[in-house]
Design a protein around this ligand. Structure first.
Ligand code: HDD
Length: 751
């Protein structure tokens, strides 16, 4: 409690530092000194990383041994040097023939500095270009031990990991909260070789065969002539493709649902999508689908809110992940598997397990937890780690294998190939973030960016000159062994099995599984996206697809577009809903949520302290929002009315009803003469209005109740809490936050 109280007196940064799960204060950055205005002039060693950061593990290029920590550091010594270690006296002036003369070609430092800068950028990923990542660890529960020999899944085994989250369509500099699928890729540095689980936050994909990947991505990316729109599917080429290529309809429906706009990377599910094969100690096999279940639950933004955020804070998800980890609110997921028998049909309850446009409802095959992922450290260097990390679905440890899913098969080719141009050659697994933690002896040699200094003369097998080394593993040792799966068909064909022709039944299953609120959001999303298309023919073709999914969905979207709703062209599938697909089915921890507290200079210091203490005590972050910076009632102000926007907060608390000071703020902030202009500062009424529209909990006590009265005359509005004091108000807000949003504020228009 005293640590919390201490933290209350400090700014946001320090306050967050205090928010470790066990309540301990994180010490300041070791070796750092308080920031000074002057640039230090005395040479000194580089500062170590901040406490919340950790770089790639310092194993050697071949993973064989650990380097001495000092040798592994990128910056050494106190002095500026050339890249070859010669100390420099001046880096501000090029070498010239006289102070007004031309620059001399012999200035090596100038040329080295500029040349390196000119080549600082590498090609961004062709998909998933924008992302954020964190280090952490995975602990196996041992519950999968009977199904797989994979050691990292055994009970209590702890494996370092690096997880990168991403959007799919946008460029590296695009915004975080666009409507899109999110990548969820985890690199497990296991003792038996690296395992990459390269999944998404949706369990199905747009295409059934990887040969169509360039088609779907060309359709989703900006138009090739003007390169707009950026990072979104709300345009003609995307809807042209998915309305013609109807196997994409199920995934498109997931994108139009709230899953397309997650509240946070920390609050997303992850899916391996494909069916994988586990191999046990006797060589027996089982088919599985991987699931990541977030401890914080699955939550989403409101679409209008997501659009605002793209302008107000395009780095919203990246910031949220880094801030939470820095504050000690470490995000966690459980890894789970759905288990199916590995028989010749590769079907389960009539669902084709090799078709990546299909999911298996959890009601038919429950997700069984097999381990836990914790992300507990931020990257030290974004480029070195997040940009250069290279995942590959074929990076598999003993005990996990692929299936014949034709999408997965094409991926097995694509991911090495793309790194050749993105990371500039075949040695990308020697980049520190990609280095395996298992010993490596691979007989791969030379090539661009070779960092390993290989010994011996015989990188071939068989050899006698290097004593026969490296040797093949014996039958009793853990190796990656190809499962002798019978290949059922031996004729070469370019075709899919007939079961792949069902494109609508699971889209209907997803639709029917949604709650009324979620259905309404889906209708709005389609109406928005198709409303952004120019071609009526494309809108009509997509409406035809919606008719084959559900007539209500089709009719509602058609009404919004002002177009007739077509009749279905095939019978509606008779499917049972899967309640597990709905996000609105429980209460969840609210760790790391942001609570905006609106104050002014009239606020009671003790009450404000109580509210902040209550928010901290619940593992959330209070942000004091005031008319001016500095301090109010002894508390540091984290946001002013000029810098705060409602979208940053999960709930808003009013401790005051700030009145505009006509002389102190520009006329339009004083709302003077505006229609309906009142006594409340218009920036505060906007915050309240937006929080209300976005179904966020709003609380007020004391003078703050008057602010609510003006913006929301209906005392009965759900999720609007009026109380006598801060504790009472916060207790109710906490309950509301457990359900994420107050959706019952707006009765949905569909059943
Ligand atoms: Fe892919 C990146 C996920 C199908 C080709 N993909 C990439 C990333 C994720 C996924 C999360 C980013 C990894 C990172 O953070 O670096 N991709 C998927 C999922 C798919 C899928 C879940 C279907 C189930 N992908 C897919 C196909 C192909 C590719 C069918 C090609 C045939 N994907 C790539 C790529 C990328 C990539 C071009 C771009 C950058 C990279 O690989 O390293 O190779």
């Amino acid at each position: 409690a005293s640590q919390t109280a201490d933290a209350l007196g400090k700014g946001l940064k320090e306050a967050k530092d205090a928010l470790t799960p066990d309540g301990e204060t994180i010490p300041g950055r070791p070796g750092s000194e308080p920031a000074t205005v002057e640039e230090p002039t005395e040479p000194r060693e580089p500062l170590p990383p901040k406490p919340d950061q950790r770089g790639a593990e310092t194993v050697t290029a071949t993973g064989a041994a650990t380097e001495a920590p000092d040798r592994a550091r990128a910056q050494q010594g106190a002095h500026l040097t050339t890249s070859t270690g010669t100390r420099l006296r001046d880096t501000d002036h090029s070498l010239k023939a006289g102070s007004r003369g031309p620059t001399l070609l012999q200035d090596h430092h100038l040329r080295e500095k500029i040349t390196h800068f000119d080549h600082e950028r590498i090609p961004e990923r062709v998909v998933h270009a924008r992302g954020a990542a964190a280090h952490g660890y995975f602990e196996g529960y041992g519950t999968a031990s009977e199904l797989t020999v994979a050691k990292f899944l055994q009970e209590g085994v702890r494996t370092p990991v690096f997880t990168r989250f991403s959007t799919v369509l946008g460029s590296r500099g695009s915004a975080d909260t666009v409507r899109d699928t999110r990548g969820f890729a985890t690199k497990f540095y296991t003792d038996e070789g690296t395992f990459d689980l390269v999944g998404n936050n949706m369990p199905v994909f747009f295409i059934q065969d990887g040969i169509k990947f360039p088609d779907v991505i060309h359709a989703g990316k900006p138009h090739p002539d003007r390169e707009i729109p950026q990072a979104q599917s709300a345009h003609d080429t995307f809807w042209d493709f998915v309305s013609l290529h109807t196997e994409g309809q199920h995934h498109a429906l997931w994108n139009m649902s709230d899953r397309g706009i997650p509240r946070s990377y920390r609050m997303m599910e992850g899916f391996g999508v494909h069916t994988f094969r586990l191999v046990d100690a006797e060589g027996g096999t089982t088919l599985v689908k991987f699931h990541w279940k977030p401890v914080l639950g699955v939550h989403s933004l409101d679409w209008e809110e997501a659009q605002f955020i793209n302008g107000v804070d395009p780095d919203f998800h990246r910031r949220d992940l880094y801030d939470a980890i820095e504050a000690g609110a470490y995000p966690q997921w459980e890894l789970g598997i759905q288990v199916f028998p590995d028989n010749e049909e590769q079907q389960f309850e009539g669902i084709d397990l090799l078709d990546p446009t299909k999911l298996v409802p959890e009601e038919l095959a429950p997700v069984q937890a097999i381990g836990r992922l914790t992300l507990d450290a931020n990257p030290k260097n974004f480029f070195a780690e997040v940009e250069q990390v290279a995942f590959h679905p074929g990076h598999l440890p003993p005990g996990i294998d692929v299936t014949n899913d034709p999408l997965l098969q094409a991926r097995l080719f694509s991911y090495i190939d793309t790194q050749l141009s993105r990371l500039g050659g075949p040695n990308f697994n020697q980049i520190p973030i990609n280095r395996p933690h298992a010993p490596v002896n691979d007989m791969l040699r030379d090539g661009f960016h070779q960092h390993a200094d290989h010994e011996g003369v015989a990188p071939y097998k068989p050899n006698s000159l290097d004593g026969g080394c490296p040797f093949m593993a014996g039958t009793m040792e853990a190796t990656f062994a190809d499962v002798p799966v019978r290949v059922s068909e031996s004729t070469k064909v370019r075709e899919n099995p007939a079961s792949f022709d069902d494109h609508f039944s699971q889209a209907r299953l997803f639709w029917l599984s949604m709650s009324p609120v979620e259905k309404e959001h889906i209708i709005r999303a389609y109406t928005f996206e198709l409303g952004k298309c120019y071609e009526d023919a494309i809108k009509q073709r997509q409406l035809q697809c919606l008719a084959n999914i559900d007539p209500v969905l089709c009719q509602e979207v058609a009404t919004g577009l002002g177009l007739p709703a077509p009749e279905p062209t095939e019978p509606l599938a008779d499917v049972a809903p899967s309640p597990a697909l709905s996000q609105l089915n429980g209460t969840w921890p609210a760790d790391g949520r942001m609570i905006g507290i609106v104050v002014d200079d009239t606020v009671d210091a003790g009450e404000l302290q109580s509210m902040r203490a209550a928010v901290f005590g619940a593992g959330m972050v209070p942000l004091v929002v005031a008319p001016h910076g500095g301090e109010v009632a002894g508390s540091t102000v984290q946001r002013t009315f000029a810098t705060a926007r409602s979208v940053e907060f999960d709930a808003l608390v009013l401790a005051a009803a700030p009145v505009p000071a006509p002389d102190a703020v520009p006329a339009r902030d004083a709302k003077a003469g505006a229609p309906g202009g009142g006594a409340l500062d218009p920036r505060v009424s906007l915050m309240i209005d937006e929080c209300w529209r976005h179904a966020k909990a709003i609380g007020a006590w004391g003078a703050g109740v008057a602010a609510l009265g003006e913006a929301d005359p209906s005392a009965a509005t759900p999720g609007v809490v009026r109380g006598d004091g801060p504790d009472e108000v916060f207790a109710e807000l906490q309950t509301l936050l457990g359900q994420h949003r107050v959706w019952d504020r707006f009765p949905p228009s569909v059943a």
